[in-house]
Ligand binder design. Structure first.
Ligand SMILES: Cc1cc2nc3c(=O)[nH]c(=O)nc-3n(C[C@H](O)[C@H](O)[C@H](O)COP(=O)(O)OP(=O)(O)OC[C@H]3O[C@@H](n4cnc5c(N)ncnc54)[C@H](O)[C@@H]3O)c2cc1C
Length: 362
């Protein structure tokens, strides 16, 4: 026997939780599944105060944003199933999930995929040696499981994630031997870079990692300078003793389920990889199947929440057909906020990517 819901949401990060919050204003029988123990997605390990829009919790710590979103959810209308992975979607209405008890068939009227993004890898010598971690994995170990994950770390990537995770590692008592960045510029906010520099951490732009070396585990890294065309400058090699190389080199949207479901997938460089084509209300080319958040193009939590609001609104409207002016009014507010968010100087890339992706007619 399969269970039946009005709306099934995969992923309980900011996008999934925001989708449930908006949808539950207008409909009930909403299910959220997430493979993690706790809801919150990336938010549940972000101990720092968020940047982003004022209307969307700027200066509030990620973990607290997560608690605010959870407090706002109606327990009568929204059911959350942790430690549950969605492993297949069969159109028009069937999701297969897996939990400790096994496989289950879930029937839904609408589906929202808010599956987030996965960390990128880089190719360099011995990149499979134990001691090479993604920054997200380090954060999970530190901030969710209370484990000090390393002693001496070299960070690759000076975007916000690399800078923030370096600082959090220092707070956990880990020595940061440096941050290495291939681009000539620091990609993250300078406030985060300045914090590290004040603590004596060198940030080496136009540098990259040649390889990591050691007997069965990382014991040292060799870095070198890059020229204007990103070519290695021979003779600039430097050895750094470390036990961990941490990679913060970007994220790729998680679109596997959408792809398997038959959604149109396009490579949009500005959105960080392959994404599912969707309209301005986040509906894909398969009617009733929505995408929201980093899964629809890597941006940040404020955009993820707004996209979740939009998907939740449209999914609920299509089910309940409530007052059209209420629907249009709420749609306009979310559209306005998304537009203002994306006109900021750091969001031009995402804005351009979304423009390329939108489909006028499906
Ligand atoms: C170190 C770091 C710092 C950041 N700082 C900021 C900041 O200051 N300000 C800001 O606005 N943004 C920040 N961000 C970005 C922000 O966290 C993300 O943009 C946001 O979390 C994306 O939300 P999401 O809901 O799309 O995805 P996620 O938060 O990644 O949530 C996706 C969820 O889906 C679940 N999931 C995926 N696939 C499945 C499946 N098949 N079955 C079940 N569950 C599944 C995952 O377990 C996860 O819980 C930061 C990110 C990082 C990594």
């Amino acid at each position: 026997m399969s269970e039946e819901y009005n709306i099934v949401i995969v992923g309980a990060g900011p996008a999934g939780l925001a989708a449930a919050t908006t949808a539950s204003k207008y409909t009930n029988k909403i299910l959220i599944v997430d493979e993690n123990i706790k809801p919150g997605g990336q938010l549940s390990k972000q101990t720092h105060k968020f940047f982003g829009s004022k209307n969307h919790y700027a200066s509030v710590r990620g973990v607290n944003i997560c608690n605010i979103l959870l407090d706002g959810l109606s327990k009568e209308k929204v059911c959350f199933r942790p430690e549950t992975s969605a492993i297949g979607f069969y159109k028009p209405d069937t999701l297969i999930i897996q939990d400790k008890e096994g496989l289950h068939k879930i029937k839904g009227n609408k589906f929202i995929f808010a599956t987030g993004a996965i960390e990128n890898m880089v190719s360099f010598e011995n990149n499979d040696l134990p001691g090479v971690y993604g920054a997200g994995a380090m954060q999970t170990l530190m901030n969710l499981y209370g484990v000090k994950p390393a002693e001496k770390v070299l960070m690759l990537g000076a975007g916000n994630i690399g800078l923030i995770v370096s600082y959090q590692l220092m707070q956990a008592g880990v020595e940061i031997m440096g941050v290495v960045e291939a681009s000539p510029f620091i990609g993250g906010y300078h406030v985060h870079a300045a914090k590290l520099r004040r603590m004596g951490v060198p940030i080496l732009t136009s540098h990259t990692v040649k390889g990591v070396y050691g007997d069965g585990k990382v014991e040292k890294a060799i870095i070198h300078k890059l020229g204007g065309g990103f070519e290695p400058l021979h003779g600039t090699e430097k050895t750094i003793e470390i036990d961990t190389l941490c990679l913060a080199v970007g994220l790729t949207p998680s679109v596997e389920l959408l792809h398997q479901a038959g959604c149109n997938i396009k490579f949009i460089k500005e959105l960080s990889g392959y994404v599912s084509v969707h309209d301005d209300m986040m509906e894909t080319n398969i009617p009733g199947v929505f995408v929201a958040g980093d899964a629809s193009g890597v941006e940040e939590a404020s955009a993820a929440m707004l996209e979740g609001n939009m998907a939740g609104l449209k999914a609920a409207y299509d089910i309940e057909g409530f007052n059209r002016s209420v629907f249009l009014n709420e749609k306009e507010i979310v559209e306005f906020e998304l537009k203002s968010l994306r006109t900021g100087p750091f969001c031009e890339r995402a804005q351009a990517g979304k423009k390329r992706l939108m489909v006028e007619e499906r």
